[in-house]
Design a protein around this ligand. Sequence first.
Ligand code: WQD
Length: 341
Amino acid sequence: MKILVTGGLGFIGSHTVVELQNKGFEVLIVDNLSNADEKVLEGITAITGKTPIFEKFDLREKAKVQDFFGRHSDLTGVIHFAASKAVGESVEKPLLYYENNLGVLTYILQELIKKDEAHFIFSSSCTVYGQADNMPITEDAPVKPAESPYGNTKQVGEEIICDTCKVNSNLAAISLRYFNPIGAHPSTAIGELPIGVPQNLVPFITQTGIGMREQLSVFGDDYPTPDGTCVRDYIHVVDLAKAHVKALQRLIQNENQSNYEVFNLGTGTGSSVFEVIQSFERVSGKKLNYKIVDRRLGDVTEAYADTTKANTILGWKANSTLDDAMKSAWDWEQKIRKPRS
Ligand code: WQD
């Protein structure tokens, strides 16, 4: 079965392509390479022995989206990763985020509702919860006013899909709310390739460990948490990728209870920034150079998933520990920074 993976050369997209191929799906990737490198195709092929079909174009060009779906009329499944995802940038450039994250979503859905049957998996985020009142966070926790245009595009994106599914019974969709994806494929053939200074914790840690960055700044140690630093649910990107295949198979096999469902994807365990640093030091055997600085605007104190629904209904559970994920991130960092022989 042919599956379109938009943004399939990106961090989570590429790992999902590998797992789709492992399950026998034929994968088409559309990516505009704005936040990905075409060399990732070689990494995917190195792991699975199969090279996905890749088309480079910008999904904001509606005519190209229509042309693509016209040329691939037998395509019935889409996993949609292509979106802008930098929280800070979204505050500076809201229209870029609304066009790229929502305009594109409507173009893809407009093509899917023309089909007799279509399956759609949406890359959402725990950011929709803001600072949830209760931990762990369940899927029926209230969606709070977004703290950034990026977060708003995930909230509104889910509403667009839900409203579309209500009046198109031929379309079935699942939104997957990721907690904090980290790590890399154990083969080190693919991994995270942040452009410029990493915004996220784990790539900043591994780049500090490898000597690319002088020192990690810990954004505050005065939060109301056990050790004063923020708590998050760090999930191995391979576990996350496998959840996407499970969600797609759920729709293909008509196991879904309604034609729009939502699942949290996390480990169910919260880890503080200091615990993540300690994990890095354990797996690398290196002492991490860091300092405590002021809190970062927009950070929530804690966010970790209640995974009951994903475990019992989706039939998926994260297997990797924080150390497993951190080791894969560190192995990947060492691999990509090794001087070319
Ligand atoms: C984690 C913790 C920081 C960097 C964001 C988006 C979310 C999703 C994942 C796209 C926080 C602390 C970080 C650093 C630090 N993105 N930190 N020093 O903010 O939980 O989630 O990325 O889907 O939508 O909001 O992840 O890795 O940036 O931060 O102390 O240099 O690490 O304060 O407590 P976050 P993060």
